[in-house]
Design a binder for this molecule. Structure first.
Ligand SMILES: C[S@@+](CC[C@H](N)C(=O)[O-])C[C@H]1O[C@@H](n2cnc3c(N)ncnc32)[C@H](O)[C@@H]1O
Length: 200
């Protein structure tokens, strides 16, 4: 029987060969440690791709339940397949659709944004109601491969300049939000950890 480590390596290899953007090793280690150390049991993920990060988080503890949203049909179908290989289909619920058109009632210990980088403010405002009072929002790709804090004149692509600007706007949006405290961690491609401040 193939063990979980082998299956994880197969997904990593498949992602590399097929240019599927999955979390970097350092980022996924941070995320799974966070889940473990903070006894996270319910997670909403925006941006499943082929299920890699959802599977890694679910493997931390058998009590963990995850809802993950993906708008690309091919990737969603691959994620279903991968989740089944690990026997995690009872604990990982995959939703096919645009996250911004997805309305959920449940509340989560952790919300993880790893989808369209330019949409993070919209994801935040859309899903804030789904965060438990003691919950955390984690956002990946804050550095955007170094473009976020690069001098704009040095970025040739207008599209990349636009995304970098939107990520800077997101960082400002988080910093200005007095209900939350955000730390940007120098991990992987940059991870923002946003915690709700205690309500007095
Ligand atoms: C970086 S990948 C996710 C990687 C995954 N979290 C992992 O580490 O295994 C981002 C994914 O988000 C999806 N995505 C982007 N915008 C989305 C949206 N508005 N709603 C749902 N999925 C979205 C993309 O199709 C893409 O597959």
């Amino acid at each position: 029987m193939v063990d979980n480590d082998e299956l994880i390596k197969e997904i990593e290899k498949y992602a590399e060969e097929n240019k599927v953007p999955i979390m970097q090793k350092e980022g996924i280690s941070y995320l799974t440690e966070y889940v473990k150390n903070n006894e996270i049991k319910t997670i909403l993920e925006v941006g499943t791709a082929i299920g890699y990060s959802a599977i890694c988080m679910a493997l931390v503890d058998s009590k963990i339940k995850i809802v993950s949203i993906e708008r690309d049909e091919q990737r969603y179908l691959e994620a279903i397949n991968n989740v089944k290989k690990f026997g995690l289909d009872k604990r990982i619920t995959l939703i096919y659709g645009d996250a911004l058109n997805t309305d959920l009632d449940s509340k989560f210990d952790l919300i993880f944004f790893d989808a369209a980088k330019a949409q993070n403010i919209n994801f935040f405002t859309h899903f804030e109601k789904n965060l438990k009072n003691s919950g955390t929002i984690i956002t990946d790709n804050i550095y955007f491969h170094g473009y976020t804090f690069m001098d704009e004149d040095k970025i040739e692509s207008r599209n990349i300049r636009g995304i970098a600007r939107k990520i800077r706007n997101y960082i400002k949006f988080l910093d200005d939000n007095k209900s939350y405290t955000t730390e940007i961690k120098n991990i992987g491609d940059g991870v923002a950890v946003t915690r709700r401040n205690d309500v007095l």
